[in-house]
Design a protein around this ligand. Structure first.
Ligand code: EPZ
Length: 432
């Protein structure tokens, strides 16, 4: 098992470049198999979720070439089965996008029920409701989601809640249905727009992505495409908050500032300085930050994926902060770990009340999900002394070269093997 060891107390200073958006890339890669022609995708993040999905696509019979870790060339024409049985698929959330893609293209799909971070019950009732509305028969059995239809007929679908996954999955299936489909109460996240843009680049007819009403005119087939993934809003936000948490001065490059507006607004509100450029933001914090209220909401509200790192930042801010998580029911698992480091946080239902303390102190903590892991790394960067973050395989699912990028900004941290006691001693000697 690998872990990060971090010597805290150093401000992050310098420049960092953000990679492609994980949650957009996963939807785009699933959509890429909907054409029989070659598709070339650039600016993929080099993270384990992407590798798992590409391996699964190759196992289905598609041609998958990797000219480099940030690029994939896919030819879906050689796919031989609609049954996605690649074992690791059930570890990732995005496995279910293959259901919408295959239902649209082949009118049949059998994929593992989704995995992903344990941050709540994460039902897929809205996905199933949409597929059935389009005319599919959908069953869950033996851990698989099975959908099939004689024909997919466009229809009017009203989602009961704003769901990124259900919106993307339904766009995939409806893009090759007969006639018009209207999605109401659709998710508006940047990665929903990205998947719609990619589908349109292959010849789909999707309008309104990024608003809560998406109109889709089904087409019979797609042509090939060359596409580049947008920058990752959550990776960018993580580095913005890390810069402020360490009272640093960081230029975060290759971002879309508009996608970061909710994070920027909160950073300015608590006393950090944020300067926006065309494709970069600079975050500077010189003094102790102050308290605020956070309520996670669907885009363009404050992102749920930023909640944990923001709460970490607020754990040493002056005053009492309130963080309300409205999207997932189990996204405060990091609180017990932060408490080991001296944080003073009380969780009641979906509300965390954070009494700002002077400082955190290093401890051994455990990454319990992807964004929890990122938050604990930021906590380690802020804390006095050494912090060990265990189970960092979660972090590697969503952050490419996380330790390298942070060390490039002056952090003292290493990725070590938990059994390697000498590495731990060597690091502590080196940084003491
Ligand atoms: C996507 O998850 C992201 N994952 C999540 O990021 C992100 O937190 C989430 O969207 C919200 O922005 C990927 O894109 C791979 P949802 P998803 O469907 O699609 C409920 C990360 O850290 N819901 O928008 O699973 C659901 O329970 C990950 O990168 C239903 O009730 O999220 C939740 O309360 C974590 N029925 C809310 O909607 C459904 O059928 C939002 O879920 C679907 C969802």
């Amino acid at each position: 098992m690998e872990q990060y060891i971090i010597k805290g107390g150093k401000p992050l200073v310098g420049e960092v470049t953000i990679g492609g958006a994980k949650n957009a890339a996963l939807g785009v890669l699933a959509a890429a198999v909907m054409t029989d022609e070659p598709v070339r995708i650039h600016n993929l993040p080099d993270i384990s979720d992407i590798d798992i999905l590409l391996n699964a696509i190759e196992a289905l019979g598609a041609v998958v070439e990797r000219p480099n870790v940030h690029e994939a060339r896919i030819i879906g024409g050689s796919i031989t089965t609609c049954i996605a049985s690649y074992p690791d698929l059930r570890k990732i959330r995005a496995s279910y996008y293959l259901c919408g893609a295959f239902l649209g293209k082949y009118k049949r799909a059998e994929v593992p029920l989704p995995g992903g971070c344990n941050i709540g019950s994460r039902p897929i009732d809205q996905h199933i409701k949409a597929f059935e509305a389009l005319g599919a028969k959908v069953v869950k059995q033996n851990g698989m989601l099975i959908a099939e239809a004689e024909r997919l007929i466009g229809t009017h679908i009203y989602f009961d809640c704003s769901s990124v996954g259900a919106t993307i999955n339904t766009m995939l299936a409806a893009s090759m249905a007969e006639g018009q489909t209207v999605l109401e109460n659709a998710a508006k996240e940047p990665h929903v727009v990205e998947v719609a843009n990619f589908l349109n680049s292959m010849g789909a007819n999707i309008k309104g992505a990024g608003t809560d009403i998406i109109r889709i005119s089904g087409v019979q087939s797609f042509h090939g495409s060359t596409y580049s993934i947008i920058p990752d809003q959550i990776e960018a936000g993580t580095f913005m908050l890390a810069a402020a948490a360490t009272k640093g001065d960081v230029l975060i490059k290759n971002v879309i500032p508009k996608h970061l507006e909710a994070i920027t607004a909160k950073l300015v509100e608590i006393g950090a300085e944020v300067e926006e450029f065309d494709d970069a933001v600079r975050v500077v914090a010189k003094k102790r930050l102050v308290n605020t209220k956070i309520k996670t909401l669907p885009y363009p509200g404050f992102p749920t994926d930023m909640q944990q790192v923001m709460a970490t930042l607020l754990s040493v801010a002056e005053g009492t902060s309130y963080v309300t998580e409205t999207i997932f029911e189990n996204r405060f698992m990091y609180v017990d770990e932060l408490t080991r480091m001296g944080a003073n946080i009380c969780v009641e239902g979906n509300l965390a009340v954070i009494e700002g303390v002077e400082k955190l102190t290093g401890a051994t903590v455990e990454a319990l999900d992807l964004r929890c892991g990122a938050a604990l790394v930021v906590a380690g960067l802020m804390a006095d002394g050494c912090t060990v973050v265990e189970h960092i395989e979660y972090v590697d699912r969503g952050y490419e070269n996380f330790a390298q990028k942070l060390c490039g900004l002056g952090a003292s941290m290493e990725k070590i093997n938990s059994e390697d006691e000498k590495a731990l001693r060597r690091f502590k000697l080196r940084v003491s």
